[in-house]
Each structure stands twice: as C-alpha cells, then as structure tokens.
Design a protein around this ligand. Structure first.
Ligand SMILES: [Mg+2]
Length: 244
C-alpha cells in the first residue's frame, strides 16, 4: 500500500520536531556563541506548534499542499524571530511545488527541499556565503535536483543531500556573517558554525528518515560526535517523548 503523501508529510513534521527537541540545547548553545542563544528554543516552539496544529486536523483528508500551507502558518504564528517568516516562506514555496502531487516520489521530495531553499532565499534576500541556513539549504536543493536528473533512488539522493548540507554547514565556520546578529560580531564569528545551518541539517536528516527510513549520513554524523536521531516509524511513536 502506498502511503498518502499528506500522511507522509505529517510524519515528516513529527520527525523534524522530535529531532529538534533532541538537539535544541545544542542549537541554543551554538547560537549563544555568535547570537542570542535562542535558536534551539525558537525552532522547538515553531515545530511544536506545527505538530499541535496538524494534530487538530484530519491530515489524511488534506491535500499535501494544504498540509504544507497549514504548517507554514503555524510556524509563522508561533515564531516571532526572523526564522518565523523565513521558514514559513520556505514552506509556502514547498506547498506550491506539492500542488496536485499524490505520491512522495524522489522528485517530489527534492521539490520540497528546493521549495524551502527558494522561499528562505527570497524572504531573506540571502545567498550562499552569508553564514546562514542557506549555506545548508542551497547545496541540499542543488544535490536533490542533480539526483533527480540522474534518476537516483531516494536513498542515494538523500545521502547526497545530507552530505551537501553538512559540507555547507561546516563551511560556515570559515565565514564572516553578513546578516543577522552574528554580523555585528564581524571576524569574531570566525571558527563558529552557524546555528541556522546546523538546524537545517537536522531538519534534512529528519526528512531523510521520513522518506527512506534512515537518516542518511547518520554514520558520518556519529563519527563526528553529533547526536544520532531516534528512529520513529509512525507518527504515534514520533509524537511520543518529544516534549521536553
Ligand atoms: Mg538567535
């Protein structure tokens, strides 16, 4: 039986929320070095709100596009910081890419990643090299598009998406921020990874877990000592224990 796309997206948001809950202290600590130490809390509030809003809906009766738009509004309404409009715009772009889609094919999965990257880029008027979440999202979107052109399996595509996003996030260490609070730090931010790029990788790994049953690149992350992500097969399991 093929899983409904809206059901799959609901699982995706539960998996993202669970992964953010597991890593929010780490994300806030990273933000504390170059920002205001709220990034983990901000992301937690946003995805908890998405999860809560979706739990009030009959997701199986929703079109995938509507589900993604609902998630965008819930995230926007709960997150006041700049991250709110950035991710909400990303989710709106992803919703447009989902119009009429019924199955979570690799092309649709890649289109969600590209939609988020495009929306964040538009809203933030940013680009690669700004030391932001775009340093993870843009290479991830490019890797997804390239994988679709090569007709790769979902597993192979997600390995490449995660590898590209991790390399992009790592590269922010050697960047000086031009946007956000970190920009005021100038060269003092050198050597520190951007928390927004780090949470982007966490989100992408939760997406990989959702779409192909494993967090592509997890072995690589474990080697680096970053947290491993709990596997959640169903949205009931995914919802469990994700409150802190
Ligand atoms: Mg902050």
């Amino acid at each position: 039986m093929v899983e409904l796309l809206s059901h799959c997206l609901n699982r995706m948001f539960h998996n993202i929320s669970a992964s953010i809950e597991e890593t929010k202290d780490h994300l806030s600590a990273l933000d504390g070095v170059i920002g205001d130490a709220d990034h983990g809390v901000t992301m937690s509030i946003g995805f908890q709100a998405v999860k809560a809003e979706l739990s009030r809906r009959n997701v199986d009766a929703m079109a995938a596009e509507d589900l993604m738009n609902t998630a965008a509004m819930a995230f926007l309404n709960s997150v006041g910081a700049s991250t709110g409009p950035l991710y909400a715009t990303g989710m709106w772009r992803a919703a447009q890419a989902l119009a009429g889609a019924a199955d979570a094919t690799p092309a649709i999965q890649a289109a969600i990643v590209k939609g988020i990257a495009d929306g964040v880029r538009e809203r933030g008027k940013g680009q690669r090299g700004d030391k932001t979440m775009l340093d993870a999202w843009i290479p991830a979107a490019e890797a997804g598009a390239a994988a679709v052109r090569r007709s790769e399996s979902a597993e192979q595509m997600w390995r490449e998406i995660i590898a590209a996003a991790e390399a992009g996030a790592d590269a922010t260490r050697s960047m000086v921020a031009s946007k956000g609070r970190a920009a005021r730090l100038g060269e003092r931010a050198l050597g520190h990874v951007d928390p927004g790029a780090t949470s982007a990788v966490i989100i992408l790994k939760a997406m990989a877990l959702t779409f192909c049953g494993n967090a592509a690149g997890t072995a690589k992350s474990a080697e680096r000592g970053t947290p491993r992500f709990r596997r959640a097969e169903t949205h009931e399991e995914a919802g469990k224990g994700s409150r802190s």
